[in-house]
Design a protein around this ligand. Structure first.
Ligand SMILES: [Zn+2]
Ligand SMILES: [Zn+2]
Length: 135
């Protein structure tokens, strides 16, 4: 089964052959700002498994001071992709999980960067919690 996703305005769409993982709920400050939410959920995939179906030319990027790149749709602003130097050296990319329209059955495996979790959200599941990145 193919995993497919799109942004809010639907101009950008993509497919992913295989969702490799890991899948983390990230509570870092940058994810909170980028998503406008308590935390982000990204799935890591191999670059070679990721293909644009439409709208790639609308992708805009924000290159942060910590050398991470966050990409979003320049039409509707949807948060789409994340990559760090570790992703670049491993030829992987991370995709915001909530933008998938069709997806295989998968689950997040951890909460990360809980040291900056917002006070107005309580973690009520039994997933491992890491104060920073996975150890
Ligand atoms: Zn869009
Ligand atoms: Zn984060």
């Amino acid at each position: 089964m193919k995993n497919t996703g799109s942004c809010l305005c639907k101009k950008l769409s993509f497919e992913v052959e295989k969702l490799q993982g890991p899948i983390g709920h990230c509570h870092c400050k940058m994810c909170q700002k980028f998503h406008g939410a308590a935390f982000s959920t990204f799935v890591e995939v191999k670059r070679s498994d990721f293909n644009w179906l439409s709208g790639e030319e609308l992708l805009s990027s924000y290159h942060a001071d910590n050398d991470t790149i966050r990409s979003f749709c320049s039409c509707c602003g949807s948060s789409l992709l994340f990559e760090s130097k570790y992703n670049r050296s491993g030829s992987t990319i991370e995709i915001a999980l909530a933008i998938f329209d069709s997806i295989e059955v998968i689950h997040a495996d951890a909460h990360i960067y809980t040291e900056s979790k917002v006070d107005w959200f309580d973690i009520n599941d039994n997933l491992p919690q890491h104060r920073q990145y996975r150890t």
